[in-house]
Design a protein around this ligand. Sequence first.
Ligand SMILES: [Zn+2]
Length: 365
Amino acid sequence: MARKDTIGIVFDDDFALKNVPPYPHPTFPSYESPLRIKSIVDFLENKNVLVNDRIITLKPVSVEESILSLAHTKYHIDSIRNFSNRGFGLLSEEIYITEDTFELAKKAVGGTIQAVKSVLNNEVAQSFALIRPPGHHALREKASGLCIFNNIANSILYLREKLDFKKKIAIIDIDAHFGDGLVQYFYDDPSVLYFSIHEFDFVEGDIGFIDEIGEGAGLGKNINFPIPYKTSDDDFLIFLDILEPILNEFSPDLIIIAAGFDLYFDDPIGNGLLTSISYYRFTERILRLANNNCKGKLIFSLEGGYSLIGLPYCVYTVIKALLGEPYNPPLFEKIKFKADSQRENIIRIKLELKKLLGEHWVSMK
Ligand SMILES: [Zn+2]
């Protein structure tokens, strides 16, 4: 029986070794590479995190295709398997398949399932799935935006169908991008609250606006909090003014964080100006919410984050906050950015969103 204050870290060597796209850096899909996980794990080892007696490393559960089919069409599963069997192929602009992709993407689903199961079974207090490829853009019927299968959606459907867990779940998506795949699974589901904070994306962003608040029985249970480009540490956590009261009112039995770190200032894809301290503060606040609402049942599942310098710090700081240990940001993050404050814009978004949600939440009236 594990101690109550342990943190599970789900990891498999394959995430740090496999699915290397055969083209030189830097092309867009090559940002999603095994180096992401390798850089995190090397860093955690360096910092002696993995030998901390409160850290338990866990392996992904193996996932049969019958489990994948809870979240994906047969055509999608077949096409990823076939491409992988062929050895390689460009499935879309952002999806390059290698011979390892199918097995690796299945393992990523199994990693998130393991992270969720270990918390629900009280093996560990909280967990972090260090997995890839990411999942929150993946749709039921196709891969999208560097994502093959939808790790979090598949895990929730697994809980519902295989473990008969019907209780309330909150997903908080802090990736720089809108989880356009994840949102579609639960848009009309009153038992799943989806809260996404993401940057405005005028290039491809035709969804993810504040007035998309769910439908049918799920009305009010989809909350989008878009933020401007170049949001910094000073203003990032303003979204908690909405999230905290709503989460307390929703009172989830489980909280899953779609943990993307591409709002980090050095990220080659995202446009935020955050440093690692924002993720530390976020985790402290969300852990408190989890302790107050669901006995601390909180899971982080890795999504984006492509700065090989920043990503390890971001993951490390989340773990430090979960452990309740202090965190000192690295010196190179102590930069004074010359960006204009986005506070006024973010507060305007907050007030508009509050108005829209007043009909559905007592705490927003
Ligand atoms: Zn992203």
